[in-house]
Every structure is written in C-alpha cells, then in structure tokens.
Write a protein that binds this ligand. Sequence first.
Ligand code: TYD
Length: 228
Amino acid sequence: MKTGFFITLEGFEGSGKTTLARKLHHLFLKNGLNAMLTKEPGGTQAGDKIRKILLERGNEGLGYKAELLLFTASRAENVRINIKPALEKGIIVICDRYFDSTTAYQGFGRGIDMGIIDYLNGLAVEGVIPDLTLFLDVDPDIGLKRATILSNNTELRFEDEFMQKKEVDGKLFLERVRDGYHQIARQNPERIKVIDANRDIPLILKDIVSIINTQLSQKFKKEITLEL
Ligand code: TYD
C-alpha cells in the first residue's frame, strides 16, 4: 500500500522543471524528510537506454507508435523498480515528467487516439497516480529560448520539432501540446496545480513550497521551510 507522497512536475522544455525538481528534492532532504528524485524517460537501466533511443539526434525516423510504446515502457520500469517500492516505504517521490507528458505530447500533440494513450498509461503505472502534479506553464517563446540555451545538444529532438514549427492537422505541434496540458489541468483540478513559470526560479519555488505544505501538513503533520 502507498504511504509516501508522490509529486510530478510537468511542462515545456525551458519551464525550469528540472531545476525545480532538483531544488525541491534537496529541500525535502534538508528538512529531514526522506525523498527520492527520478525522471522520465529514464530512471532505470533499461529506461536510460530507452531515453537514448527516443531523444538522441539521428533517431528522428522513429514512428509515433514506437515512440509512444517506448515512453510507456520506460515508465512501466520506473514505476515497477523505483516509484512504487519507494511510495510503499513511505518515501516522498518527485518525478520529472510522468503520464501527463504522454497525454500532452503523444495524445494531444501527435494526435494518437486518447483511448490508446489512457490504456497504455494505465498499464504502465499500475494505479500509481500522483498526489500532486505541478504544471509549470511557461510562454512557449520564453521556454524555447531558455531550453536552447540550457539544453544538452544531443537531446534536442522535440525542441527541433517546435522550432521547425511543425504542424499536425493544421495546428502547430507546440500549441497542441500546450493546449493539451491546459485541458488535462482543467480535467484534474484537484491533482494538478498550474504554476506561472515565466517568473524567476526563487519565486516559483516559493509558490510550490506553499502548495506542497498545504498537502504535507495534512498527511505528514510536517511542513518544509525554504530558510534553513
Ligand atoms: P525531458 O528530458 O524531460 O526534457 P526537458 O525536461 O528538457 O523538457 O523530456 C524529453 C522530451 O520527451 C520532452 O520534449 C518531452 C518528451 N516526452 C514525451 O513526448 N512523452 C513522454 O511521455 C515523456 C515522458 C516525455
């Protein structure tokens, strides 16, 4: 049975998601709470190999169906090996991207049938649903600028598609993914909190800590503080 607390971070490249996930992890540890940080795709031995197949330049020929199956395969391993066992031990798990990414990018972005997306996401996560999802909403132009400055050059496949202004059914891939995220957030108002990620990281972190504390104080009778 799950006794830990499960937080996922979602959003565009350049939203500060990965930096914030790391800072949050550090903050939990500094506040004396047992926490684990993982990411998708990746997080396991097989997952890291799958990540390379998915994101390395040179794999641009991969079809959408294979892409979907690989993202969900990586997730299934991450849930089985890392996330589920940690939550069962009462650990706080932070995951940089989770199933909402597949719904947003492969479902809304690529236009793959949502029934298939939901089925595969469900198969991969075995009922392990986040307690809290932080959707870091960044203006796509700001995000892309930040992402191209910060990004590892060998892993630019999706940014490339955004930059090339690729269209699916007459609408930019970028806009489809962003609209998708907003739709997912509207459908899950209890779980997903939309955060304005156009601001500086310290301000975003302050908001996130306050949201987390509301939930942690109920569950763990504990709050985290930024000043330690
Ligand atoms: P990631 O390494 O998290 O990139 P970043 O944190 O820099 O945004 O993810 C790489 C890309 O994979 C990202 O563009 C989003 C995409 N992605 C999907 O399309 N589907 C998924 O299920 C996941 C987890 C990621």
